[in-house]
Ligand binder design. Structure first.
Ligand code: C5P
Length: 225
């Protein structure tokens, strides 16, 4: 495995529903690495804004974000906002609708990116989101960009919502994903884009295991290079 010294940093980006969270989590388990869900951090500060009745562009929100404490436990599966487990609350439709507006504020991004870089400073991490391959870990040992058709991504989200007993239609989920894609790819600061040196994987017709196996084989295959 080609790495920076004895540590490895794997960065993954892609739009909502591309499978990157599930794939990154499996790879972390398989390779014994730390898992970083960067989207959960933007979701947590969005929850903070909702709880405190603050607009995304409110200067007060930036102060609150600077003062808040975000931490992960259970190897990234549980997120704590000011010591409270908010893992379920950050996945609500209200947060889905507002998160892209909060995530486009440069001062908020700066705080969160610094936090992510501190978490990843020791290496041995799989980190996923929208700017991990381009901004947060531009020197990652391995970079992947996962994508899938918007309908397939909406179907995956709908199936996930059904398991949580959340009522939604495919059309509504697809519209929400399209709106978020548009905001994430066109924003001024750190828009979602494919890094020049990232390997692009279209997951539309692939199972999670197929994608995981491809990535793991690529990582170990590079040992021979
Ligand atoms: O990955 P997830 O869908 O949970 O991300 C929620 C939102 O957080 C994204 O739609 C995007 O607006 C924002 N985000 C971001 N940069 C990241 C990760 C997520 O702007 N690295």
């Amino acid at each position: 495995m080609k790495t920076t010294g004895s540590q490895v940093t794997i960065a993954m980006d892609g739009p909502a529903g591309s499978g990157k969270s599930t794939v990154a989590r499996r790879i972390a388990e398989k390779l014994g690495l730390l898992y970083l869900d960067s989207g959960a951090m933007y979701r947590a500060v969005t929850l903070l804004a909702i709880q405190e009745g603050l607009e995304a562009n409110s200067p007060k929100l930036i102060d609150r974000v600077k003062a808040c404490h975000i931490a992960f436990t259970d190897n990234g599966k549980t997120i704590l906002l000011n010591a409270e487990n908010v893992s379920v609350q950050i996945r609500t439709p209200a947060v889905n609708r507002r998160v892209a507006d909060v995530a486009k504020i440069p001062e908020i991004r700066r705080e969160i990116v610094e936090h992510q870089q501190r978490i990843g400073a020791e290496g041995n991490i799989v980190a996923e989101g929208r700017d991990l391959t381009t901004i947060v870990f531009p020197n990652a040992d391995f970079k992947f960009y996962l994508d899938a058709s918007v309908t397939e991504r909406a179907k995956r989200r709908l199936a996930e919502l059904k398991t949580q007993n959340v009522d939604a239609t495919l059309a509504a989920v697809e519209a929400e994903i399209r709106a978020r894609d548009e905001k994430d790819t066109t924003r001024e600061h750190s828009p979602l884009r494919t890094a020049d040196d990232a390997i692009v994987i279209d997951t539309t017709c692939k199972t999670v295991e197929e994608v995981v196996d491809f990535i793991v084989e690529h990582i170990y295959g590079s040992e021979a290079c």
